[in-house]
Ligand binder design. Structure first.
Ligand code: SAM
Length: 219
């Protein structure tokens, strides 16, 4: 059974029978889909806009990258909202479930699934309109021993995300930093690499709880 009240462990909670447990958990599906819907709202948050941006482009066949797409709960919502989705995940046990489900999606043509690491993306420069990551981005520093290594990895990844995003592109990261220090580390990686924006916590009293980073590419 999916454990509801503890931080998930990577990769243990997403491999073999745990991938199946994850995928068949109604609670998980509801949470992932809810966070994805909030993130779509944030993508179009008016505080993130330049005056000249169009405000009603919702989906509209834009290419969106779903970083750490898992078994495809978020990707499904993105497709239903009109995006063309590229889902990236590092674990085949998770991605293969997304591949299975894709067959039953209403518009499966709009979804491409790629087995890859967020830190080494096989995506061309200047090729995506938006980026989203739901409950995955905190795992990208997995295996890094010290803060120096973590900072370097986060820096390099944010820098490349900036390169692949088209002008006016935005990123919404919904994640669970372990504490304030880690939150700052993630946030700085973006603000030091050509992004600006702000952070939203649905429960501001929670130091390590659910956090949304709302970011746009600086012009
Ligand atoms: C909570 S799950 C997926 C959530 C996803 N939003 C969904 O709808 O199912 C987190 C995912 O992040 C993926 N992940 C962790 N580190 C990654 C990395 N470095 N590159 C790509 N995916 C990664 C895991 O394999 C896992 O599938």
């Amino acid at each position: 059974m999916v454990r509801k009240n503890r931080r998930p462990r990577f990769p243990e909670d997403y491999i073999k029978n745990k991938a199946e447990e994850y995928n068949s958990s109604k609670w998980m599906e509801r949470n992932q889909k809810r966070s994805t819907l909030s993130s779509i709202e944030y993508l179009f948050d008016e505080n993130l806009y330049y005056r000249e941006d169009s405000r009603d482009k919702r989906g509209d066949s834009q290419v969106i990258l779903d970083l750490g797409c898992g078994t495809g709960f978020s990707s499904e919502i993105l497709i239903e909202n009109g995006f063309r989705v590229i889902g990236i995940d590092i674990l085949n046990d998770m991605l293969s479930k997304a591949r299975e489900k894709k067959k039953n999606f209403k518009t499966s043509k709009g979804l491409e699934l790629i087995l890859a690491d967020i830190n080494y993306l096989p995506i061309k420069v200047d090729s995506v309109n938006q980026i989203i990551s739901i409950s995955s981005y905190n795992f990208i520093i997995y295996g890094k021993e010290n803060d120096g290594e973590k900072v370097k990895l986060l820096h390099d990844t944010a820098k490349y995300l900036n390169k692949i995003l088209k002008i006016n592109g935005r990123i919404i990261i919904e994640f669970y930093p372990k504490d304030d220090t880690e939150l700052k580390m993630f946030n700085n990686s973006f603000t030091n690499n050509g992004f600006e924006g702000f952070m939203v916590k649905h429960n501001p009293m929670q130091k390590s709880g659910q956090t949304f980073l709302l970011l746009k590419k600086k012009v």
